[in-house]
Design a protein around this ligand. Structure first.
Ligand code: ACM
Length: 262
């Protein structure tokens, strides 16, 4: 399976330019699965619901759904993209899954970061897993990484690949992602962004450290601040073997009777 991660600098509030920025590097590229950053088509730093609402959309149904369906057709595979989702008056920081036939699924960010709590509602769809035929995938969005339960829940539900749209500001996630891949024996596609955004005297700088990680945490491809598409060949069946030694199994050796997870 050929997978890709696109890192770029979204332009806040300019959906059409972001479509073009995503489309250009994907022209002539064939991929089974492509992951794009968090809020890739809208930008990140919105300070109120009123500011973001005009850019948010229902999925499926809006302009971004049309764009992502077309993009999936261009690459001949599936696309995971971070989007601003609107359901009635409620906004979610979501990741959506598209095939060339259209929308296949939505994940709504469960763990909101900092001032996102003033704009978005926390996700209410759990952590679903989707069967693409060639692999089962799960989605997380950015700050979900700091809760190991997110990746563990996806892996226990059968995800072989974790697709992780992000706009990273803290420096730790690329290292934590290696651990998440190792402890769950899953592939990990971390799609980050570069650049900075300013709003009302506040500035956020994004670390631009996208990764494609193998099931043992090996770095198959990585980016440091550049705008680029990285790709790798992976074998999702490797994620089916959860043995660490012949006598140790990542799932069967768990001891939920000893854990206090609340
Ligand atoms: C983040 O969750 N976007 C830091």
């Amino acid at each position: 399976m050929r997978v890709g991660v696109l890192q770029f600098k979204p332009i806040r509030g300019d959906r059409e330019s972001n479509f073009q920025k995503i489309k250009k590097p994907c022209k002539g590229v064939t991929l089974d699965l492509l992951v794009l950053p968090e809020l890739a088509t809208t930008g990140y730093l919105f300070r109120s619901k009123a500011e973001l609402a005009p850019l948010a959309e229902a999925f499926p149904g809006g302009q971004t759904s049309g764009f992502l369906t077309e993009l999936a057709g261009t690459i001949g595979g599936h696309v995971v993209c971070g989007v601003a989702e609107k359901e009635g008056e409620i906004l979610y920081n979501s990741a959506v899954l598209f095939s060339p036939q259209g929308h296949l699924g939505t994940y709504r960010k469960v763990h909101l970061f900092d001032k996102e709590k003033e704009v978005f509602e926390p996700g209410n769809l759990g952590l679903p897993v989707f069967d693409l035929g060639e692999a089962r995938i799960g989605m997380m969005v950015c700050f979900d990484w700091i809760f190991p339960e997110s990746a563990r829940s996806l892996a226990l539900a059968g995800a072989e690949i974790i697709c992780h749209p992000a706009n990273l500001v803290l420096p730790y996630c690329p290292r934590a992602a290696v651990t998440r891949a190792i402890e769950n024996h899953v592939y990990y596609l971390l799609a980050d962004r570069i650049g900075a955004e300013q709003s009302r005297g506040e500035e956020l700088r994004f670390i631009g450290q996208s990764r494609i990680l193998g099931v043992k945490g090996e770095i198959l491809a990585s980016l440091e601040k550049e705008e680029a598409l990285i790709t790798a060949e992976i074998d999702p069946s490797l994620a089916g073997d959860k043995h660490v030694t012949p006598r140790n199994h990542l799932f069967h050796d768990r001891r939920p009777d000893c854990y206090r997870l609340g």
